[in-house]
Ligand binder design. Structure first.
Ligand SMILES: Nc1ncnc2c1ncn2[C@@H]1O[C@H](COP(=O)(O)OP(=O)(O)O)[C@@H](O)[C@H]1O
Ligand SMILES: Nc1ccn([C@H]2C[C@H](O)[C@@H](COP(=O)(O)OP(=O)(O)O)O2)c(=O)n1
Length: 220
């Protein structure tokens, strides 16, 4: 039986960092669903698609997303850092509220997660993508802590950002992601909540691994 680990939470709670490490330590697949929403968000923004349109399907027909050995390819080319900007995160959050975008990506994500040991991270993994996941984690941290982490991360990458602007963006995306009508960011009833505000990355990873060994029984 597969061991599927769902890690959900708001921006900057540590999902990507801990999910990659858990997957690496267990030697299993890893899926960053946020990257998929960022790819689609940037694509739709560049096409000038109106998120209020009834249908966005026509804008998605020429977007081929492939997932090859943990790397996303878009129309045959590997995805670059352009999806990691605060703007791309905001476009992702905006267009992620549209049912056509969610259907397009959720079907792909379910396929990738089918019948394999995997760590998948995002907003709706434990509630929509893998609702029967063996392990469900919901990471939380204060907006200020998450903004500071994202600010330091972007500064280290050479982006010219201000902490106050990042805090505003984080709060706006939190509101967007948790108040939308479809697949909102919310803790699944059977998810284990971990407040990462005062925990190191290693401490968060260790807590998740303890749950994996408990819930997945086999030592994967
Ligand atoms: N527990 C933690 N303590 C300190 N820094 C963290 C912790 N978890 C993640 N970070 C750092 O915060 C930044 C954002 O983490 P990330 O994993 O991208 O969050 P998310 O995927 O939830 O948006 C990264 O630079 C990461 O190294
Ligand atoms: N499973 C997912 C993953 C991301 N999204 C949307 C909502 C998020 O604000 C954006 C960007 O997600 P991403 O995980 O890359 O953002 P952070 O790394 O948490 O800052 O995409 C979603 O609606 N569902």
């Amino acid at each position: 039986m597969a061991c599927r680990i769902a890690i959900d939470g708001p921006a900057g709670s540590g999902k990507t960092t801990v999910a990659r490490l858990v997957a690496q330590k267990l030697g299993i697949h890893y899926l960053d669903t946020g990257a998929m929403y960022r790819i689609v968000g940037l694509h739709l923004y560049r096409k000038g698609a109106d998120v209020k349109s009834e249908s966005l399907r026509d804008y998605l027909t020429d977007l081929k997303i492939e997932y090859v050995d943990g790397t996303f390819m878009v129309n045959g080319s590997p995805v670059g850092d352009e999806i990691r900007t605060p703007e791309a995160g905001m476009y992702a959050s905006i267009y992620a509220t549209h049912p056509d975008v969610r259907a397009f990506l959720t079907n792909m994500q379910k396929e990738i997660c089918k019948n394999r040991d995997i760590v998948a991270e995002g907003r709706d993994i434990g509630t929509v993508v893998i609702p029967d996941a063996e392990v469900k984690i919901f990471l939380v941290a204060s907006p200020e802590v998450r903004a500071k982490r994202r600010y330091l991360e972007l500064i280290a990458k050479g982006y010219d950002v201000q902490y106050e602007g990042i805090l505003r963006e984080i709060i706006e995306r939190d509101e967007n992601d948790s108040s939308r009508g479809i697949a909102p960011l919310t803790k699944a009833p059977d998810a284990v909540e971990i407040d990462t505000s005062d925990l190191s990355v290693e401490e968060v990873v260790d807590r998740i691994l303890e749950l994996v060994h408990l819930r997945c029984k086999k030592k994967i």
